[in-house]
Design a protein around this ligand. Structure first.
Ligand SMILES: [Zn+2]
Length: 370
């Protein structure tokens, strides 16, 4: 992996870079669509490529349970199974440990997880999590970490940080020994809850260990938005300039625009695709709910200026009809639009950075901001 910053803007901490991965270069700032179980829900790999995406996210925990390692091994990895020939980043399952916390137990050696499908027990050690990602064959891998909820005590935040740090070290040793020659890259995940000094400690310790990229984990987990932004802004002040910075689980248009301003290079979130499947689509004037009565007779596309297949072809009235009747096509058409919208937004963000006019760009995007 190579990461080359090609332009730093003068507005705040925004930057444009090229992230070179084994299956082709990725221009940053970048948004990664999420294909938890292998591919973005409702779309074919061909459609995701056509939208212009070069890097998607998939999930270690979910793929480990289904289809399982036997299938992934038999196919020589996920790329051969899902037929996506561009780059994949795999999450470690640390977030699932948090979101399925009733089913998990944090131990010294790793996380004991009870399957949300059949209740079976699985021990996720740092080594095991990387072994799975090796079998998946992702281009960017993440170590197992401990994510905490807002308002935990400082002692709990420190304990989570200690596990995360210890496991990051073990992950690095395993990665270098077993996966170092594969062309894949291991990032680190910084934690620390909403305690600034614990965040700083986490970042400084992990930076010292010299990972190739750094993620900010454990934000956007139910806390106040102002606090999320303070933590991100604080974190990027301590993260190395020359390495990619990845904000995990964030993907609302406003958060992408603000995240870039704070020096973030990579984002992922189920948000654009999940809301699309609930009939909410993005426009430059804010979100539009396709189910609304006001769209019943509308011959307009979602957005006049949008060049996506959905907007070039269909009216709001037809899309509303598809959602009202539960037709599967509605899910696909709304997903196509939202991912096209986000890709164009990221392209515009990058262009504004390259032309060093990010400050005025943010002002133009006012209807999207919160
Ligand atoms: Zn569109």
């Amino acid at each position: 992996m190579r990461f080359e910053v090609i332009k730093k803007g003068s507005h705040r901490k925004e930057r444009a870079a090229i992230l070179t991965l084994p299956r082709g270069p990725v221009e940053t700032p970048v948004f990664m669509p999420v294909g938890t179980l292998g591919m973005v829900k409702t779309l074919t790999p061909h459609e995701v490529k056509d939208l212009g995406y070069h890097l998607i996210l998939s999930n270690t925990y979910h793929l480990y349970l289904r289809p399982g390692l036997d299938v992934l091994k038999a196919f020589g990895g996920l790329h051969n199974l899902n037929r996506w020939d561009r780059n994949i980043l795999t999450d470690s399952g640390g977030y699932q440990v948090f979101s399925l916390s009733k089913l998990t137990k944090i131990l010294k050696e790793g996380v004991l997880l009870r399957s949300h499908i059949d209740g079976s027990k699985h021990l996720f050690t740092p080594q095991k999590v990387l072994e799975i990602q090796g079998i998946i064959g992702s281009e960017i891998m993440m170590p197992i970490d401990v994510c905490t909820a807002p308002k935990v005590t400082v002692e709990e935040a420190i304990s989570a940080h200690d596990h995360t740090l210890q496991w990051a070290g073990e992950s690095k040793v395993y990665f270098e020994e077993h996966l170092g020659q594969t062309g894949s890259t291991l990032f680190a995940i910084t934690q620390g809850n909403f305690y600034f000094d614990v965040r700083k400690m986490s970042i400084e310790s992990l930076v010292e260990m010299n990972f190739k990229g750094y993620a900010i984990g454990g934000v956007s987990v139910g806390e106040e938005k102002t606090l999320t932004r303070e933590i991100i802004d604080f974190s990027t002040d301590y993260l190395p300039e020359e390495k990619p910075r990845y904000l995990m689980g964030v993907g609302k248009p406003s958060d992408l625009i603000r995240g870039v301003e704070m020096g973030i290079d990579m984002f992922d979130s189920v948000y654009p695709t999940r809301v699309a499947r609930n009939a909410t689509v993005f426009t430059r004037n804010g979100s539009l709910i396709l189910r609304n009565q006001s769209n019943q007779l509308s011959s307009m596309p979602i957005e006049e200026a949008c060049s996506c297949y959905t907007c070039k072809t269909f009216s709001r009235a037809y899309l509303r009809h598809l959602f009202k009747t539960g037709e599967l096509l509605g899910l696909k058409l709304a997903t196509l639009h939202n991912l096209h919208f986000i890709k164009v937004l990221m392209d515009d963000i990058r262009k504004a950075i390259l032309e060093d006019r990010y400050g005025s760009f943010v002002k133009e995007m006012a209807p999207l901001l919160d």
